[in-house]
Design a protein around this ligand. Structure first.
Ligand code: ADP
Ligand code: ZN
Length: 600
């Protein structure tokens, strides 16, 4: 382990491991298999990079994310690590060069796409070289239930068959119990040590607000809190990503759309811009994001609700990998529930599968409607207990008022029943409010005993009641009948008067402006910060790499605070290893000296 600690220091410039990194690294260096579950930003890469450097031979990293390999390799080369990749973006000559380097034992790390690895030619090549380890990144891609499923991953069992003595480490940020079992089974990892790091991402602030005018809400959020930051806005449909991106451009934001229907060259180009420029807002479907290891994504916004808590956690987890404050922001409404129900009903799959999906959707709804700490609830979903409310989510920061909704809920359920469980929410609200509209008269609904019994609440309040009844499983949306609400078994006790229900009081539309959050600590000199960023930008452009590959924001911040003037001092900064000290130390020390001279 002394060697591992030394590599951490001299190559990566970090002082200490984040547990359980040390245990994982020890296991793999000793030749054992490992299954690693760690949240995004937890530091999974070091878990195989350091053993690859410590063990003889080349570490082979299997990753589904071809577009990112170049950046990963660039970042490693910056540290002086001999890294390369093999995938379909290389021409035959380049690929041969990489293979020759590998055969000569001149590589520390090789990133490879699964379809490439499983070719007989590649396997034979690997059999003839010293392999330090196999790292299977994004291991949840073996799961046929997940939306990241990759058929090529199923063939990875052959690693164990062809290379029985070489340690394997499988890593993922998303795996519920079922996916975990699937990974172990499909990758033949029964004997692997399991390492499950806590799921909490304390630097992410979770907020879920009611949707009324989503675009305006988004605009205010961006203007108030992230006018110059990089972030992701998730939408459900391809068209919506394009429309929203265009609209944000008109509002002056550096916004780009991203979805699986765009030409692959355009996608690659936009992704590169997101990584290289410092303030791109990517408006995307879920096709964007897996493995995007841009550390300084400052916010993830959802204009549509994700289907499951796993997806929500995974998508929001792309914010703030560098540990600095970041926002997870979402707006949602009844319409989201109806749309997701519809997609679910129209999807392929067995009844059992649909039921399981429904169950997961309900858990997501529960998270939206909860009145206690969101983080506690989120972690509980992953079987983790947070003893105290977090103090960094909307429900903690602005406690939600509740009201006794028992009477209202009974009226709502009863109007559903009396109208034959055939009508959608708008009509039901009309009946309760005593409307004399055309459709009411057409069905003779003005004669029902529930007609007009709900004049005490306005339209929005009733919609809120229905939304919460659906979210909590008292009502179901029947898509075969165009969004009609139907009673669920669960509502009996409530209807009989055996049960009371507390409902969420929806915040008024003009919610108090949340305190603006800034990544920069208050006491740092903005002029110096900007000068250091400029230096970083120049160096990055010269080499065609993203700025964070030179140094992370955190390292720049430490420069502002410590103002190192000598190479020794500079080498003590987080993220400065030997290689980067030699390569960049002088350039940044110069900036600091010039700044100090200018301010006298
Ligand atoms: P993951 O792959 O789990 O999402 P990464 O491996 O990209 O996370 O690591 C996230 C960030 O944390 C990176 O910027 C990485 O350099 C940093 N990091 C990882 N381990 C440590 C450590 N022991 N000390 C300081 N920073 C670390
Ligand atoms: Zn909280």
């Amino acid at each position: 382990m002394k060697l591992a600690a030394q590599i951490l220091q001299t190559v990566f410039g970090y002082d200490a491991f984040r547990p359980p990194q040390d245990q994982i690294i020890e296991t793999v260096i000793a030749g054992g298999d490992a299954l690693v579950l760690m949240p995004t930003g937890g530091g999974k890469s070091l878990c195989y990079q350091i053993p690859a450097l410590a063990r003889p031979g080349c570490g082979v990293v299997i990753s589904p994310l071809i577009a990112l390999m170049q950046d990963q390799v660039n970042a490693l080369r910056q540290l002086g690590v001999r890294a390369s990749f093999l995938n379909s973006t290389l021409d035959p000559g380049q690929a041969m060069q990489v293979e020759a380097d590998l055969a000569r034992g001149e590589l520390d790390l090789l990133y490879i796409a699964p379809e490439r690895l499983t070719q007989e030619r590649t396997l034979t090549l690997l059999e003839g070289t010293a392999v330090a380890l196999f790292a299977i990144d994004e291991a949840h891609c073996v799961s046929q239930w997940g939306h990241d499923f990759r058929a090529d991953y199923l063939q990875l069992t052959l690693l164990h068959e062809r290379f029985p003595t070489i340690p394997r480490i499988a890593l993922t940020a998303t795996a519920d119990e079922r996916t975990r079992a699937e990974i172990i089974q499909r990758l033949d990892l029964g004997n692997a040590q399991r390492f499950i790091a806590g799921f909490d991402r304390p630097n992410i602030r979770y907020r879920i607000a009611l949707k009324h005018n989503a675009r305006q809400q988004l605009l205010r959020f961006l203007k108030d809190e992230h006018p110059h930051d990089a972030g992701i806005v998730y939408c459900l449909s391809r068209k919506k990503t394009e429309d929203t991106a265009l609209w944000l451009q008109q509002q002056g934001f550096n916004a780009l759309p991203y979805h699986a229907g765009l030409d692959s060259r355009i996608r690659a180009d936009y992704q590169a811009r997101f990584l290289r420029e410092e303030s791109v807002v990517m408006v995307a479907t879920v096709a964007f994001g897996m493995g995007i290891d841009k550390p300084d994504v400052r916010f993830v916004a959802h204009l549509d609700m994700p289907k499951t808590v796993e997806s929500y956690y995974q998508e929001t987890g792309r914010a703030g990998r560098d540990g600095a404050p970041a926002n997870a922001w979402m707006v949602y409404g009844l319409q989201d529930v109806i749309k997701l129900r519809q997609m679910l009903d129209n999807s392929e799959g067995s009844e059992e599968h649909k039921r399981a999906e429904q169950h997961r959707l309900n858990a997501m709804l529960g998270l939206c409607e909860i009145t206690s700490c969101r983080r506690q609830s989120l972690l509980k979903y992953f079987d983790e207990d947070l003893p105290e409310p977090c103090g960094n989510c909307d429900t903690c920061l602005e406690p939600v008022a509740t009201w006794d909704g028992t009477e209202a809920a009974r009226k709502a359920l009863s109007v559903v029943y009396r109208t034959g469980q055939r009508f959608g929410v708008n009509h039901l609200v009309d009946v309760l409010r005593g409307s004399e509209g055309e459709r009411i008269l057409q069905y003779d609904h003005q004669k029902l005993p529930t007609w007009g019994v709900g004049k005490d609440l306005d339209n929005n309040q009733w919609r809120s009641v229905f939304r919460q009844l659906v979210a909590r499983g008292y009502l179901r949306v029947d898509m075969e009948r165009f969004g009609a609400l139907c009673l669920e078994e669960k509502c009996r006790a409530l209807l009989r008067g055996d049960e009371a229900i507390q409902l969420r009081k929806d915040a008024p539309r003009k919610a108090a402006k949340q305190q603006t959050r800034n990544v920069l600590p208050d006491d740092i000199d903005v002029a110096l910060w900007e000068a250091l960023r400029e230096q970083r930008r120049t160096l990055a452009e010269d080499q065609g790499v993203p700025p964070y590959v030179i140094f992370h924001d955190r390292t720049l911040q430490e420069m502002c605070v410590n103002m190192p003037r000598s190479p020794q001092e500079f080498g003590r900064l987080t993220g400065v290893g030997e290689r980067k000290l030699g390569k960049y130390g002088e350039a940044f020390i110069d900036v600091i000296e010039r700044h100090l001279a200018a301010v006298g």
